[in-house]
Design a protein around this ligand. Structure first.
Ligand code: FE2
Length: 365
């Protein structure tokens, strides 16, 4: 790239969820996904209106926040959307510059640059709005060595389940409304300086019944990848439309997490109660003809329902959970990349048919 990147990003800093009961959600992410207790903020630390639990696994940090009273933005977010992602926070070296460069290009400010201090140093942070009620926070933490952020204390717990090999966030997908995909891809290119990696239209992503369109936007170093989906017309209701109906607007559809050993990770997640989508066993009958030789033994992949796809650069292994709340909204993808930089296009049909079977069981197809 010849042009200077006006928004250099080191990676994902954290993902914050607004949830109805953060104490119990934290227990779920520890028990089922193997996250570790990291930090806590709430009445005991001088925060009066909310409680927040910070969990960590390798490079992934989740913040689970619940309101303590019915008034205010957090409670109304939960009433409208159910449990869901509020913040995709980006780790930067200069939060004030990130805010200025993006708001100068048309981003709507969520929070002006602010410095937070405690005995561990200072964090500079700022935020902008993106699709729906979702926001991006910019987090500059080079002058901070505390557990998470000022206002948070270390969270020591007697309950420390082993991790499941989840390493870092590979991509976070947003669902937006009918005809809004290009507008939000333009936002990521013009306001954030991202570039489009790939696009899929309804011919790529349609089954007999439903369809969607998708474009993948990425920052310069590709550590941040945000696919954006919109529904497309089909014989029946698009899975994206089902999401929009239950989230009541655009929001984060899935978070893809990387592992170095997907068989170990998925075995462990399944043993702890995480539920995955299943493709028919016939998927595996001709899979090696389609993707060519792979290093893994096919038997455990078939047994666990792990999908395989190949592109020009290599292959990938992936699997998707069922939604992790009662509304059919947020779910997770577990992905192991063996050279491939793509998103599993060859699996879309089998995957979407599996999603449609779940939609039909919910009466939403
Ligand atoms: Fe994905």
């Amino acid at each position: 790239m010849t042009q200077k990147d006006f928004l250099p990003i080191n990676g994902t800093d954290y993902v914050e969820f607004y949830v109805g009961n953060a104490k119990q959600a934290a227990h779920f992410y520890k028990t089922a996904f193997g996250f570790q207790s990291l930090a806590y903020a709430g009445p005991e630390t001088g925060v009066r209106d909310r409680a927040s639990y910070v969990l960590q696994q390798n490079k992934i940090r989740l913040v689970l926040t619940t309101p303590l009273h019915p008034e205010g933005e957090i409670a109304s977010h939960i009433q409208r959307h159910g449990d869901g992602v509020k913040t995709l926070a980006l780790w930067v070296d200069d939060a004030a510059s990130a805010w200025k460069e993006t708001t100068d290009r048309g981003a709507r400010s969520f929070m002006e640059p602010t410095t937070l201090k405690d005995q561990h140093g200072e964090i500079r942070t700022a935020g902008i709005h993106t699709y729906g009620d979702t926001i991006h926070m910019f987090v500059e933490r080079k002058n901070y060595n505390g557990p998470f952020m000022p206002g948070y204390e270390s969270w020591e717990s007697h309950y420390n389940p082993t991790d499941t090999g989840l390493l870092h966030i590979d991509h976070c997908v947003g669902n937006v409304g009918w005809g809004e995909m290009d507008q939000w891809c333009n936002f990521y290119s013009e306001v954030m300086g991202f570039e489009q990696l790939v696009s899929f239209d309804d011919k790529d992503i349609s089954t007999e019944y439903s369809a969607l369109m998708s474009k993948v936007m990425a920052n310069g170093n590709e550590r941040i990848k945000f696919p954006i989906n919109e529904p497309a017309e089909g014989k029946k209701k698009s899975q994206i439309e089902e999401y929009l109906d239950f989230y009541h607007g655009p929001g984060v559809q899935h978070i893809a997490i990387a592992t170095h050993d997907i068989v170990h990770t998925v075995t462990s997640l399944r043993d702890r109660g995480v539920e995955f989508l299943h493709v028919p066993n016939t998927y595996y009958d001709d899979i090696l003809d389609r993707v060519g030789p792979i290093e893994e033994d096919i038997t455990p992949l078939r047994e666990l329902g792990i999908l395989i796809d190949r592109d020009e650069e290599g292959y990938l292994l992936q699997i998707f959970t069922k939604p992790v709340e009662d509304r059919p909204t947020l779910f997770y993808e577990i992905i192991q990349r063996k050279g491939a930089r793509s998103f599993g296009k060859g699996n879309f049909k089998a995957l979407f048919e599996a999603i449609e079977r779940e939609q039909a069981r919910r009466g939403n197809l």
